[in-house]
Every structure is written in structure tokens, then in C-alpha cells.
Design a protein around this ligand. Sequence first.
Ligand code: DGJ
Length: 306
Amino acid sequence: MSADPSEPGVIRPGHVVLDQNGDVAQLHGIGILNWNGRFYAWGENKAAGSAFTGISCYSSGDLATWRYEGESLTRGEGELAPDRVVERPKVLHRAADGAFVMLLHIDSSDYADARLGVAIADTPVRPYRYLGSERPLGNLSRDIGVFVADDASGYLLSEDRDHGLQIYRLSDDYLSVESLVTSLLKPGATHGYESPTMVKHEGLYYLFGSDLTGWSLNDNVYATAPDLAGPWSPWRLLAPEGSHTFESQVSVVLPVETSHGRRFVYCGDRWQRDELFSSPAVWLPLRIGSGRARLEWVDEWTLADL
Ligand code: DGJ
């Protein structure tokens, strides 16, 4: 395998991701950025199962060959104590000063705290300085995703059991939540979806999420809208019904610029409840266009196939 983009390595959905040492990359609940021509990714280090161990950072040229860069956030006290839950690291690059802002799901071990955490660093890797947490506009916030618009304005996608899947506008420095854009519910339910991620393509926003089933997998869904405030389309399945999204939960849909235009990669987790550390990654090309998103299974692929 090679990190040379002209000869990308092979990605095997349903297998664990290995780093340069042959260790299982702790890229669970992945967040990912393309920075300076390289992918930087952060994940939940599940060495202690669901209890907080660290946020690990890796980099890659081709999404197949990964270099372990170190721990971006490590155990400490208070909200980062070993009995806490710290999940779904999502990093935004602040163009104004080059800082990297990491947003996180911060929780107690019983998932009752439901807060949004924030940390900041000068480099993508480390050290990140933990700044604290908030409940966005007083609301519950568990699984999160982030989105940066063309004008660099930042958005938080957040699962709020009381009000649905929330889209919030972030402050210009990305460090706090400024205002609510809209709330989306699952049809017939009083809650929304979790593990949200969003991309914009050909003038339409595509918002993805999963149902609320703990570590069990379900048929994930997406909706589209011409404006973040809506109107949003009905929710649709992105993979064959009953496949549980090819036994995975979406974490991120990653835009990738190719020689023939922008393409998308679905990055999901195949959670192994009793051995979260070794949960395989399900990363697949995701076809997006004309208001539809479609995930199809392939055993192997490379970035050149996008
Ligand atoms: C579903 C979430 O998507 C995961 O990140 C994790 O919080 C589990 N629930 C815990 O049951």
C-alpha cells in the first residue's frame, strides 16, 4: 500500500483500520479534516471500552495507510476523568488564526450530563487544551457533527432527546453555540436522529443520521434541503432496507476533491459492543446527486475509484 495519491492503498470496509505499527487505529466515532493535502482524523480511543481513555489522532494520504500521530486529548480530572464519556471528536480549522477547534460529546457514565465540550490547539495533532462544556442554549447535547459553510460560518449538529436533531449556528470563533437554526424529528416520534453529519452538494444540503439504538445498528437515514432552515425533505434510507446500513452507524460523510469533481466517502462504525476497541470501520464510496444519496457495498476500493 502506498500513501502516494496517484497509487492509493486499498480500503476494506468491515475490517479494522491498522496504523503503521499494525495496531488497531482508534478512529471510532471518527472526525476528519483534509488539511494541507493530508487527511487528519480523530477518534475515540476505546482501550477502556466506553469509559474515556483519550482522543487519538492519525493522518493519511489515501484513507488506507494511516500514521498514528499521538493522543490529542488525554485523561485528566473533572469532565475528562477516567469514569467519564468523551465521544465523537469533530475538528474545525479556524481560518482566521489557524487554530484547530475540537468539539466533543461530553457526558457522565450514565449519559445524563449530555453536554458539548470544546478544546483548542495550534496544530491538528496536539496538545489540545480543554476549555470546558455547555448545554447548547440549555438543551441536551449527545452525538454531534459539524459543518463549515463556504463563508466559513460553522454549524453544530446535535442530538437532543427532548427536541430532535438540532442544527445550531456556532459563534465565529467556533467555541460556542450562538443560535438555533432548526430542529428535525423522526416521523411519528418526539425525538430525532443521532450521529449526525452533513455535506452540501450542487446547492442542496444532505443531512445524515442514525436511529437511537445504543450500540445496536439500524437503517440510517438522510434528508435534503436547499436551506439549512428548510424545508427539509422526508427522511430516506441510504442503504438497502434491513441491511442496518451494511451493519454500521454513520459518523462522517467526507467530501473528497478528485480530478473529476467532488466525491463523498461514508465513514461508519460497526460497533462491537463487548469489544469496542476492535470495532471495524465501514468506509464506502457514497453516491450523492439530484437529491439522492446511495450507499452500495464493495469489498475493496481505493480513492481512485471515487
Ligand atoms: C449511540 C451513539 O451514537 C454512540 O456514540 C454511543 O454514545 C452509544 N449510543 C452509547 O450507547
